[in-house]
Design a protein around this ligand. Structure first.
Ligand code: DQA
Length: 149
């Protein structure tokens, strides 16, 4: 059984820590990746951590995950609210999917309240800051039966 978890990040998340820190905090995406790698080691998981500003690239990565990756953690960023194409790609992935949003999108503008991705997600973690990624990894570990500790 695969122990690989694909952690996908959508547009503008490369600027995490610099972009609107009052909303997204001061931790960078590199910090988040380091935290995920540390936790994955504890959980007996292997991490592939990626970010793209291009919708097609995220779709290609989801396709490549089919039959190879145990689970997907995805923060689709603004594509959350627009991308039927990412939803369709995720429908073709057979393992668990956890959707993460650093901010509480439900407290923000109305256009952020709708997520295409939630329709296919096993779970959604919203408004827990960058800690949401660790929570998502723990959930994936539970769902795929990985050993904790
Ligand atoms: C986000 C929320 C989205 O609405 C926004 O477009 C982002 C980040 C979050 O993590 O809170 O870029 O997904």
């Amino acid at each position: 059984m695969s122990r690989i978890v694909l952690v996908l990040n959508g547009p503008n998340l490369n600027l995490l820590g610099k972009r609107q820190p009052e909303i997204y905090g001061r931790e960078t995406l590199a910090d988040v990746e380091a935290d995920c790698r540390r936790l994955a080691g504890e959980l007996g998981l292997e991490i592939e951590f990626r970010q793209s500003n291009r919708e097609y690239e995220i779709i290609d990565w989801i396709h490549e995950a089919r039959g190879r990756v145990a689970g997907v953690v995805i923060n689709p960023a603004a594509f959350t609210h627009t991308s039927v194409a990412i939803l369709d790609a995720l429908h073709a992935f057979e393992g668990p999917i956890i959707e993460v949003h650093i901010s509480n999108v439900h407290k923000r503008e109305e256009f952020r309240h709708r997520s295409y991705v939630s329709a296919v997600a096993s779970g959604v973690i919203v408004g827990c800051g960058t800690q949401g990624y660790a929570l998502a990894l723990r959930r994936i570990a539970a769902l795929v039966g990985a050993e904790a500790g």
